[in-house]
Design a protein around this ligand. Sequence first.
Ligand SMILES: [Zn+2]
Length: 954
Amino acid sequence: MKHYIGLCLLLLVLATNQVVAQEKFITLSGKITDAGSHQPVIYANIQLKSGSIGTVANTAGDFIFKVAEKFWQDTLLISCIGYKTVTLPLPSASLQDMDIQLEPSVYLLPAVSVNVRDGFGLLRKMISSIPANYDTADVRLTAFYRENIRLMADTINFNESVLDIYKTYHTGRDHKDQIHIIKGRKKKVDWSKDPQLYGWISNITNTAYSSLNEDLQKYLDAKNNILNERNFRYYTCDYKETIREGDHNLLVLTLQPKDDSRKALVQAKIYIDEATMALVRCELKTTPAGNDYLNRHQKGGIGYTIMSKIVKATIDFTNISLVITYKQYGNKTYLSTVQRHWDWVVNSKKRGMKDVPWTGDFYLLVTDMTKDSLQRFATGISNDKASMNNEVGNNYDPSFWENYNILLPELQDSVKPKKDAARPAGKVTHVSNRQNGFTRADTLRGALSPLRSCYDVSFYHLDVDLNMETRSIAGSNQIRFKVVAPFNRMQIDLYANMHIQKILYEDQPLSFIREEDAVFVSFPATLSAGSEETITVYYDGIPQVPDFKIPMHGGILWDKDEKGNPWVQVVCQGSGASLWWPNKDHLSDEPDSMRISITIPNGFTEISNGRLQRKTPAGSDKTRYEWLVTYPINNYNATFCIGKYTNFKDTYVSGHDTLTLDYYVMPYNVERARTMFAQVKPMLACYEQHFGKYPFPRDGFTLLEGLYPMEHQSSVCIGKIKAGMQLDYTPLLWHESAHEWWGNAISCKDIADMWIHEAFATYAESLMMECSDGKDAGVAYLNAQKDGVKNREPVVGVYNVNHIHYDIGDMYTKGSLLLNTFRFVLNNDTQWFTLLKDIQQHFRYQTLSSDDLVNYISLRTGKDYTWFFDQYLKYTHIPKLEISLKEKGNNLQLTYRWLADVSGFKMPVKVTLAPERFGFIYPTTQWQTITLKQMREDDFEVDEDHFYIQVTEV
Ligand SMILES: [Zn+2]
């Protein structure tokens, strides 16, 4: 005779594949939710009333259940602790997307005497009943086992197996549990990025065995077992309630650490069958003391110490949660499931990893039990010291689980993906400055070729003379660089219209050839890696002037002030710095510092970046201004502004730090400027509060009136101050100043990701509104940005070609709105503003890509948000919430889903769950329905103020 315990998911596991293939099945799938809260009911049981097969829903409430022909007359039971069991006749054919709602079960307390409500009393009674309830005979189990280990959002180990287990009550060396793997598979995971680290932190040993070791009733005397009565003194134990599971009453006890006891390693919830006093379920979670204990004792002793030294990384437990369940068969109970969730943080200075979240899920599910012809396994026993990852073999058979009823893993490819409402990935057209496609010139300008990546610029000294009559410049740029890889040829950049006189290296001229705007410089011998070298490029020419009809078509702007005096400024974001000076014109490489010397006619003031070092006469009628930037600076930020300026100064005191403020304006605008600049200190305070300290304190903060607003680093230009301007409300000033954090302190690697500069700076404007006038003002400010969004092409552009969009506006407005939406997706302002500061801190003085940023956000929040950023950044559509509303009596039935380009788009969004009360719903690309109590259609609203989405009723 072969006995099956309740959850016999793998009934067919011992049959051959051929037999399985001939069987007919109906397949049921769907979602189980709480009828009241509409949240998924996790790990609900789906089983047949008389047949012995079943399955369990996953953490999203999803299930798949295959029923063989011989059970087709049976009845479906869906049950979960705390809910009324739902009974359904089996449908006559396969049925997908079933929507099953469980009603919470209400249970009236039975008339039990007060003394048994004493928690420890009940617990002791359960323990004393173990010999009667728990079978101590040897048994043979079939079990399903899964490991899923992730580092941040990446899966680093995923394996599944069907196990044959010889389980015994004995613990002696020669008579202990044995495991034999019937069938296993593992996902191919790429460890090549960091084989040592990944190998170490993903190969967890012993886990199938150690799952068996969690059998609380078998190891009753174990030192740390909470059922070991010696440990009771560290805890308080309370009877909480009685709940219903199917036909049984369960007593629920809670075990809590007593007075912060250092010995209380866990807190627990214990479920006991009231009739038999059998242990049914135990939920455990480590306390801080428990985590400390694990970190001191359970990380693998000397083995851990050695590995952490070799790999140069440490791991620390931050949480372990554990759910152990028992099932009854006949009049005995047996271990049924062991579900473990581990959280670690990984730290490695070498890798720049700080508290990187690692999560592991280990799931053992017993599906079949027998006591017949019991024999210990003689061969094929799995090594109890090895990792399952190594034990299951190297295949990942996609049809591995066909015809088995298993937990749906939260992995796309373990079960055939369901159809979702993803739009067919439409072709995205980029309307760009290169409507006829990109050319070799664009690649030369935009790609980080080996001729560019072979060196890393450490310093520029730009030293030029500006002839304001001929509008020409002449001079040199000294380029100091570190050799990253040996080379004898490098690329620098200077627009083709500019003339190169010579390029010197160790006082010798170098040969060079020019193609489009690139300059290929040859060295007489190979430069060796690691060395630091200097070349100086001597050049002259008349730089181009901007064409404002073409976005980001920059140049040198020539104008006159109100008194008719010449006024000159560089504007080159987009077109690039190489339109006026020779450099490595790729955003990924910033010099660590830069000296800028500009010689101009006497009588004018010249303002560049950083601090003015000296002003020296150059001949009789000229002055040489010398500025020093002591931080990395991106090329398009290096600038000059020349005019008949006047200067006044102030200081901004923040904590122990004093920041110098330098203001340059036209003399006729001094009074206006004083009024306008009164906002600077509150603005800096607002930004420091949300983004962290001002990033360039050594260089000071200079703000100047100029011809065109530009975020020139530490020399921010706000355009012209004009009569009639509102002087106490200047979003332009806020925007350009915010670039000191977003664009200057952290800069994108490729102009395709320029949204990192513009979206955050535009969003900062709304934060400044919020700082000065409150949250509602900030929201109103953001909502006004919606009109500007065109949604004609994606926010992120084409990489490696210096792609400048025609519709550059979306990276500002849509970018800002997506950031605001993300703030409300997080729904936690502390987390949001900490995240902004962390981004600043982490990437300070560096260049980054969108991917770097999104990965970092996922890391810091502990959740993968790629789906969110992909939808807003890479597609033109914003997510569309499709809803339908039906009044049913006094209630409103709401059906909803996302229509999005990203499959699996799952943004939570707020709607009115009750009249004038917003709360979250969790739409996916699948339809869902909820009932809103006491609501009419008129009461229903979607929170479009905080979520930038489209809403349509269908
Ligand atoms: Zn900007």
